[in-house]
Design a binder for this molecule. Structure first.
Ligand code: PNS
Length: 168
């Protein structure tokens, strides 16, 4: 059975991530979508919330498992018998960082390869950072995140901001 892992911060999942999930789920028998820790980022959504949003967004896929892991991706792939990491690429600017990550992961686990999938051009501008930047001001997120989670994401970003008294 061909198993792949699609790791990320998913803070929150976007339509761009969904595009990659859909493509990868057709290429592998099983796709494990894993919320992981990126030491360079401070997430807005808790790990639990990000997992719940992923579940809500991907219920139509039958060969997907959603997990959360705080540790090395290379170790986790071994534990899950996954020989492939999936990464989405939007632009050449993503490449240098991703190339370095892929080499480190293969160093840590020589059986592991990274497969890069090109995002659909309609999502090239999209990132979780864009979603947060628009959502915090109550902007319409319906073309940015899966429809099933628009309300949840808007509530967390916009309502959360208002409740924190940062309106002004
Ligand atoms: O969505 P992101 O933030 O670009 O995802 C980055 C992520 C979480 C995949 C990356 O930071 C990662 O693999 N974290 C797990 C820890 C790890 O294995 N670090 C060493 C890789 S060089």
């Amino acid at each position: 059975m061909k198993v792949a892992i699609y790791p990320g911060s998913f803070d929150p999942i976007t339509c761009g991530h969904m595009d990659i999930i859909e493509r990868a789920s057709k290429l592998f028998d099983k796709l494990i979508v894993t919320v992981m820790v990126n030491q360079e980022k401070k997430p807005v959504f808790t790990a639990h919330e990000r997992v719940a949003l992923l579940h809500k967004s991907t219920s139509q896929f039958k060969n997907i498992e959603i997990t959360h892991f705080d540790g090395l991706l290379a170790e986790y792939a071994r534990e899950k018998n996954a020989a492939t990491i999936i990464k989405g690429l939007r632009a050449v600017s993503d490449f240098e960082y991703e190339f370095q990550m892929a080499l480190v992961n293969r160093k840590l686990n020589p059986d592991l390869d990274t497969v890069f999938l090109m995002t659909s051009e309609k999502y090239m501008y999209l990132s979780s950072r864009v979603v947060k930047a628009v959502g915090i001001y109550g902007g319409d997120l319906s073309e940015f995140v899966p429809l099933e989670i628009v309300k949840d994401v808007t509530e967390k970003l916009f309502t959360g901001r208002m409740e924190n008294g940062r309106r002004n």
